[in-house]
Design a protein around this ligand. Structure first.
Ligand SMILES: [Zn+2]
Length: 281
């Protein structure tokens, strides 16, 4: 009977004994008992087997989990790498487009003979600029309309050493005979120096293909502007600038450009009629 009671106690203690939670004295008592009791030894062996199976299962689960995790990491790495590659391709493409636009514009920079017509719209105002340029000579007219009514007209003329600036505003007409600054209307281009500048620019500027004013263009989109540049010549076709504060975009400034090269003759640059104009010095 004593033996049976001991067995009960020992078997109750075994789980803790396996986990090494029992104290030294108890261990000695259990060891002594196990030496003589085959039944309890069997129970211990079974318990140890079960535990090792359990542990194996847990290990397997851990291995599976780690594998799953590392697969996930692999997929994440792959996605990240793909995104980086796409980004590099996008920025690279933009850089190349901008660079080629800039190079084309440089090729065309010897604007010796050209006609330019610009329409600038903003709100209810429209400005039409027409400019004939041949060598150093030019004839440029800038006419401003508000709500469809002409409110100002400037005529800038230069032929040889003769220069004139005619102003017509609110029915008054003046002539100035001194040097006119900035009357030379140069074609608008996108010109930047070097591929690095273009690359920096490519990070913040979107570039798409677009059709504008009958021309195949690249449109460069920044935070507050859109520039439509002729794919063939690198010259501006349309430029839109908007104030970031105005979300309605009613204050957008739109300028449409039209250029013709090597069509201007001397007869296009004629001295404007000065009758009715008052000379101011
Ligand atoms: Zn026993």
């Amino acid at each position: 009977m004593k033996e049976k009671r001991d067995c009960k106690i020992v078997q109750d203690l075994l789980p803790n004994y396996i986990e090494k939670l029992t104290n030294e004295e108890t261990n000695m008592y259990i060891d002594e008992h196990l030496k003589e009791c085959t039944e309890c030894k069997k129970v211990l062996d079974n318990m140890q087997k079960e535990l090792s199976i359990k542990n194996n299962k847990r290990d397997e689960r851990e291995v599976k989990y780690i594998k799953k995790f590392s697969n996930k990491m692999k997929i994440l790495k792959f996605i990240l790498l793909t995104l980086i590659i796409i980004y590099i391709i996008v920025v690279g493409r933009r850089t190349l487009i901008m660079f080629s636009l800039s190079e084309k514009a440089k090729e065309n920079q010897l604007y010796d003979n050209y006609y330019a017509k610009l329409y600038s719209y903003q709100g209810n105002s429209l400005t039409i600029t027409e400019s004939y340029n041949k060598g150093e000579d030019y004839l440029t007219t800038i006419t401003r309309f508000v709500n469809g009514n002409q409110i100002q007209k400037l005529t800038c003329y230069k032929k040889g050493t003769e220069q004139l600036l005619l102003t017509e505003t609110e029915g008054k007409k003046y002539i100035k005979n001194f040097e006119i600054m900035g009357a030379h209307i140069l074609p608008v281009t996108y010109v930047s120096n070097g591929i690095l500048t273009n690359m920096q620019y490519a990070f913040i500027t979107g570039v798409d293909s677009a059709y504008c004013n009958g021309k195949e263009c690249y449109v460069m989109k920044g935070k507050n502007y859109e520039r439509y540049m002729d794919k063939e010549t690198g010259l501006a076709v349309r430029i839109i600038e908007n104030s970031s504060k105005d979300t309605t975009r009613k204050t957008d400034m739109i300028v449409d450009y039209d250029y013709k090269f090597n069509t201007v003759t001397d007869s296009d640059i004629v001295k404007p009629d000065t009758t009715g104009y008052t000379i101011i010095e």
